[in-house]
Design a protein around this ligand. Structure first.
Ligand code: PRX
Length: 644
């Protein structure tokens, strides 16, 4: 274990990591099971880009998540599972059981034609079988591509297509709050345009009716009966792909972010242990002095997002932790659910999103009062900036002012946490992600691409040296990876975020500087939402911008042109929402829709989003220079429409 235990040690480790990054990361890579040790720690340039870590190493990440723990902690709980319905019984899987299930399902995959290097799409509810499916893929060297269960058929089919998946793992349906979501029928619709998929493995969860297609569709429960629970690991190269995860970008098409095996493994374990200060035995213990029980850690993210990959599944399992998985939503059956689950499982470390915190804060303290929350030791946030009011409420009402809050800044592309306090070690400030972790070298750049040195500066957040979890490529399109992340500022990885470094050298993220919006912590491309809106037969064109939203952080404001001049505008708006839900999923539903006659465009046809953004924020007083617009009169019309 390479856990930092004091701020002085953080400073010295940080210095070591910058002076000799290779030696630093090699030290963190010790202690894993390597089938063959690496020959060279790092090779890199940010010009192609080409980044390789632990070159020549051979390993399997599941041997490190599972097999490595069996002797010492085989009977310890690996996964605790809380269902959507509090009346349904939860489940517990020990490391031994999780190992058995992952091996068995790995054999199911092989039996259904999966091989090393295949891409397998996973579209499932938050049940233990989802984690098992990830581990089973990794065990046989297949590359998993998890698609969040809230995406609809079009988003799913685009992702299956892009990765050329041959197998889809899904369930009949998913329970989310009071809703049952028919996952399998979404898969059926998506697969109408995905000929690459030869097998669909279906888990029974909601018992809703599904149509099984002969030859193609098989039941999870039937398949596991046909195979043994012995499955040796596939030996993988350090730089073999572990998974693809799609994330939205400035253009309409999502990018398949690729992470590889060894670097991701080393980075997620190191960051998990250090940021959360996870203890395998905790003392003093809320459940008895000197208890040998490992701490209970709960990350509320869905495995469909990177947070779920890195800090619900891989990071915690690599560290031998007990990780809690929750199927439901924070407000079902009521807004006290998170707090009830914390008391039920005596959760020690709780990691969630600012949106959830804001919505539970808005629901009122009466939902918190019935619960003790005295097991909590560390609180975390991720995914979007947290406002001071929500930070304080989290600190006082949930943490009772005794739990450090780790505001963790990172991205799908970074693989793991980059800028964050270390719990209880780094002094925190509300709204600040604070300091870079050892091994992370941030740089703030000005408009001209010059690095801003010293404190009290604000610029674009970039990184000047690779870390083991960095994105390797965007699937089948390396050029796009270069264009999006490495082309704006030569020699730097560009995050797409703005950032301040204050007088203490602390980092505060100011938000996105590109055409993506963080809605409830989910990254959505404006172009992707516009494409979905434009599927409505009456809409010829649309422009989407984000506007500040008290709960979601950012809401979606859509300006649409209806070329049929429909009089029933309320009906039209409802239809537009239904169209977006159908083609993208309900997470992308516009909060506000304004029907307009034209959009503010430059003479070259580019939409001036800056103007629309100001209007959406209700700030119409100073829209800047509009004289370069093709038709400046549209601005007045939009302004009037926004006010009415
Ligand atoms: O804008 C930043 C915001 O989320 C973006 C990355 O989104 P995604 O790839 O979906 O990953 C989210 C989970 C790691 C960033 O570019 N973001 C993430 N964490 C924070 C944040 N903004 C402010 N503070 C954070 N702690």
């Amino acid at each position: 274990m390479n856990r930092i235990i004091s701020f002085e040690q953080y400073l010295s480790e940080y210095k070591k990591s910058v002076d000799d990054p290779e030696q630093f990361w090699a030290a963190q890579a010790e202690g894993f099971v390597w089938r063959k040790k690496w020959d060279k720690v790092l090779e890199w340039n940010f010009t192609e880009p080409n980044v390789k870590w632990f070159i020549g190493g051979k390993l399997n990440i599941t041997e490190n998540c599972l097999d490595r723990h069996l002797a010492e902690r085989g009977d310890q709980t690996a996964i605790l599972w809380e269902p959507n319905n509090p009346k349904e019984e939860g489940r517990k899987l020990s490391y031994k059981e999780l190992h058995t299930e992952a091996c068995r399902f790995a054999n199911v995959l092989k039996n259904n034609g999966a091989k090393k290097g295949d891409r397998i799409c996973i579209y499932m509810p938050m049940v233990p079988e989802l984690a098992i499916a990830l581990l089973a893929c990794a065990r046989i060297g297949a590359i998993h591509s998890v698609v969040f269960g809230g995406f609809s058929f079009q988003s799913l089919s685009d992702r299956i297509h892009d990765a050329d998946c041959n197998i889809v793992i899904t369930a009949d349906g998913a329970f989310r709050g009071a809703k049952d979501i028919p996952l399998k029928s979404v898969v059926d619709e998506a697969l109408q345009t995905c000929p690459s998929v030869k097998k669909v493995i279906v888990l029974k969860r909601t018992n809703c009716e599904v149509k099984m297609q002969n030859e193609r569709d098989v039941w999870w429960s039937d398949e596991v009966k046909k195979v043994s629970a012995e499955c040796p690991v596939e030996e993988m190269d350090s730089e073999d792909m572990l998974f693809i995860l799609y994330t939205s970008g400035s253009t309409g098409k999502p990018k398949g972010v690729v992470h590889t095996t060894a670097g991701y493994m080393v980075f997620t374990k190191y960051t998990f242990e250090n940021v959360f200060q996870y203890h395998l035995t905790h003392s003093p213990s809320p459940i008895g002095e000197g208890s040998q029980q490992p701490e209970v850690y709960w990350c509320t993210a869905d495995i469909g997002w990177i947070t779920g990959h890195s800090y619900l599944v891989y990071g915690p399992l690599l560290a031998g932790a007990t990780t809690l998985m929750f199927e439901g939503i924070p407000t079902y059956p009521d807004a006290g659910r998170f707090w009830q689950v914390i008391d039920k499982y005596k959760v020690n470390i709780f990691y969630t999103a600012p949106t959830a915190i804001r919505s539970l804060m808005a629901a009122g303290d009466n939902f918190v009062k019935p619960y003790k929350l005295d097991s909590l030791r560390v609180l975390g946030t991720v995914g979007e900036p947290i406002n001071e009011e929500a930070w304080k409420w989290y600190n006082e009402t949930i943490g009772k002012k005794k739990c450090p809050i780790v505001d963790t800044w990172w991205q799908t592309e970074t693989g793991g946490i980059m800028i964050s306090p270390l719990a209880g070690i780094t002094k925190t400030k509300p709204g600040y992600a604070t300091l870079p972790l050892p091994g992370i070298q941030p740089a703030l750049l000005d408009e001209k691409g010059e690095e801003l040195f010293g404190n009290n500066v604000e610029g674009k957040l970039c990184f000047k040296f690779p870390w083991p979890g960095i994105i390797r490529t965007t699937y089948k399109n390396h050029k796009r990876c270069f264009n999006v992340y490495f082309s704006q500022y030569k020699g730097y990885y560009f995050s797409g975020d703005g950032c301040k470094r204050d007088e203490d050298g602390y980092y505060r993220i100011t938000g996105r500087v590109d055409d993506v919006i963080k809605v409830s912590g989910h990254l959505l491309g404006t172009a992707e939402i516009e494409n979905a809106i434009n599927r409505h037969p009456d809409i010829v064109e649309s422009a989407v911008v984000g506007f500040p939203h008290p709960i979601k952080g950012w809401g979606i404001y859509a300006f649409v042109i209806d070329d049929h001049n429909r009089k029933d505008t309320d009906e039209l708006k409802k239809e537009i929402i239904a169209t977006v839900t159908k083609f993208m999923g309900s997470i992308a539903k516009p909060d506000k829709i304004q029907i307009v006659k034209g959009l503010p465009k430059t003479r070259s046809g580019k939409i001036m989003r800056r103007i629309l953004k100001k209007i959406s924020e209700g700030d119409t007083s100073n829209l800047g220079d509009t004289s370069t617009l093709l038709d400046p009169s549209v601005v007045e019309e939009i302004k009037q429409g926004a006010l009415s």
